[in-house]
Write a protein that binds this ligand. Structure first.
Ligand SMILES: [Zn+2]
Length: 282
């Protein structure tokens, strides 16, 4: 899809399943189950949406999905689909991973950083060997010093090979990381979480939300994942970001929504931000 000077392509880095209760926080199942279906183990199915943004010859990829390194036990727990990965998805649309100039990750949980590295017979290596990998410094610190609550989400196999190859650029706070590409701190899910805002060169904006609003269902302000380390932080990040996105007509991309990957937002009669127009980005 073309928007202004940008060409956007959505690549699914693989579906997976997460506990429906954990995904909706304090919202009871009697309410969320009217909006999302779940399997016999109470798991809901999600995509790992990655966004390729091309401007001229420059290629920026936001997120890398789950990757394909999971052992059978984790694949079963999370229902991880290894048939798709961001590298396979990119090749399907004619884009070689080695042609990516920059990878921006909202945070380093395995469902966002897993596709950044792959296993080789001897070791692990980066999937995007030419790309600078942009992450908030605080996120990098937390990911490399995990505690009991977040240890299952931060896997060294997704992170250490990038550092060993000298491909990591750590940033502090809001910053333009390439012409027209700005990272916005949106703390809550993790302290170092960032969203990514693209200027289309013609007055429009494209916002990759990340896990501050993982699906269109989570546009509702009280719908906040139980995974989030700072729930009120997410609430405030989300309130501020959605107001700007709706009032300024931004195109937004949801990182985990399998059916509404992107949308334009509007305000309903109560003033709440809701989906105005769904977009597939293909
Ligand atoms: Zn996630």
């Amino acid at each position: 899809m073309r928007i202004g000077d940008l060409t956007l392509a959505l690549v699914n880095g693989g579906n997976f399943r997460l506990d429906g209760g954990a995904m909706h926080g304090v919202v009871p199942k009697t309410i969320w189950s009217r909006l999302v279906s779940c399997d016999e183990n109470n798991r809901c199915e999600y995509a790992t949406n990655c966004l390729l943004v091309e401007r001229g010859a420059r290629r920026v990829l936001v997120e890398t999905g789950n990757g394909d390194k999971f052992p059978p036990k984790e694949r079963a727990i999370y229902g991880i689909d290894h048939d798709r990965s961001v590298a396979v998805g990119l090749r399907t649309i004619g884009v070689e991973p080695s042609s990516i100039d920059m990878v921006v990750m909202t945070h380093l949980h395995f469902d966002h950083a897993g596709g950044a590295t792959r296993r080789t017979p001897a070791s692990l290596e980066p999937v995007f060997p030419r790309a600078r990998h942009v992450v908030q410094r605080s996120e990098w610190r937390d990911a490399t010093h995990p505690h009991e609550r977040n240890r299952a989400s931060y896997l060294a196999e997704n992170i250490a090979p990038l550092e060993a190859a000298g491909l990591v650029d750590l940033v502090d706070g809001e910053r333009e990381v390439a012409p027209g590409v700005r990272v916005l701190p949106t703390p809550g899910h993790t302290a170092g979480h960032q969203s990514v805002l693209f200027d289309d060169g013609c007055g429009g904006r494209v916002l990759f939300l990340g896990d501050v609003v993982p699906t269109s269902v989570h546009l509702r302000l009280p719908f906040i994942m139980a995974y989030d380390l700072d729930v009120v932080g997410t609430l405030e990040s989300k309130r501020a970001l959605l107001a700007r996105a709706a009032d300024e007509g931004w195109l937004v991309v949801f990182g985990h929504d399998p059916t509404t990957p992107a949308a334009r937002l509007v305000r309903d009669e109560k003033g709440e931000v809701v989906v105005g127009e769904r977009l597939a980005l293909d």
